[in-house]
Design a protein around this ligand. Structure first.
Ligand SMILES: Nc1ncnc2c1ncn2[C@@H]1O[C@H](COP(=O)(O)OP(=O)(O)OP(=O)(O)O)[C@@H](O)[C@H]1O
Ligand SMILES: [Mg+2]
Length: 264
């Protein structure tokens, strides 16, 4: 079966300037030759420390930034070559859930406008009634009451705001959802509920999920396959069960050793 998303040798470097008085410039290789295959319907996890390049990789996969080198295929087609209407068609099939539900939602927009915005862009022909129905249906799927339509983001708790962000990502019925640290801004118990929600939605909507986190327990809870990322590269990829129980790479072993054990 063709993977839903396939990347070969993706690379991205950034120019970083030193302090103004130093007048120096350097390049940092944020993503240094990453290849991956994500199968339809699976949850693929990427785990690695802060700064290892996870977000940069995710943004390239969605073409929010362009790679310096490499290839990306989505549903077997050359995603980097897509433009115009084909590009818009790809865009609606992949959506992202952000880390910080406070800064990713426009504080001046009501829930209805936030969740409905992707519909305005991609399905402008929908009638007002049909649009409202889709919004209500999607809010219900993420465990929110349609009564909140007229409210603003600041009126909600962090967990509820993340549900709003997820509803916005889901409203176009994407095939791929990228969740970049979706729970790291939340309390552990609230985060656990959001992970359960993602799991439920994945089943209900047959989503393919790319789950990115610095936390092994978070990735372990949902992912069927895991890649371990260090300094811009994947050092190990395999089934979650295998990678997390008998890791091959010393870096994975170090990461696992740092996970606090629960008392039994
Ligand atoms: N727009 C940018 N300009 C310059 N450097 C950048 C930019 N974005 C990322 N970087 C650098 O690229 C490297 C990888 O950053 P990235 O945000 O992808 O890591 P990450 O794994 O998502 O980290 P975190 O866990 O903190 O979210 C870091 O050294 C970062 O400073
Ligand atoms: Mg990041």
């Amino acid at each position: 079966m063709t993977p839903l998303l396939e990347a070969r040798n993706l690379r991205k470097a950034f120019t970083v300037s030193g302090a103004a008085w130093e007048n120096t410039q350097g390049r940092t290789q944020a993503v240094d030759g990453v290849s991956l295959e994500i199968l339809r319907g699976e949850t693929f996890g990427i785990v690695g420390e802060s700064g290892c390049g996870k977000t940069t990789l995710a943004r390239m996969l969605l073409r929010l930034i362009e790679p310096d080198a490499g290839e990306i295929r989505f549903a077997g087609e050359d995603w980097l070559a897509a433009h115009g209407s084909q590009m818009r068609f790809f865009r609606r099939r992949m959506q992202i859930v952000f880390q910080d539900p406070m800064s990713s939602l426009d504080p001046r927009m009501r829930v209805e406008a936030i969740v409905g915005e992707p519909l305005e862009i991609h399905e402008p022909q929908l009638t007002r009634v049909a649009r409202r129905e889709r919004i209500a249906e999607t809010l219900e799927a993420v465990g929110l009451d349609a009564e909140i339509l007229r409210r603003f983001p600041h009126e909600f708790s962090g967990g509820q705001r993340q549900r709003i962000g997820i509803a916005r990502a889901l409203i176009l019925r994407p095939e791929l959802v990228v969740a970049d640290e979706p729970v790291s801004a939340l309390d552990v118990s609230i985060g656990a509920q959001i992970l359960e929600l993602l799991e439920k939605l994945q089943r209900e909507f047959s989503l393919t999920l790319l789950l990115i986190s610095h936390s092994i327990p978070v990735v372990a809870q949902l992912a069927s396959r895991v890649a371990v990322m260090q300094a811009g590269r994947f050092v190990e990829t395999g089934s979650a069960a295998r990678v997390l129980s008998s890791p091959d790479h010393p870096y994975t072993q170090t990461l696992l050793a740092a996970v606090p054990k629960l008392p039994v």
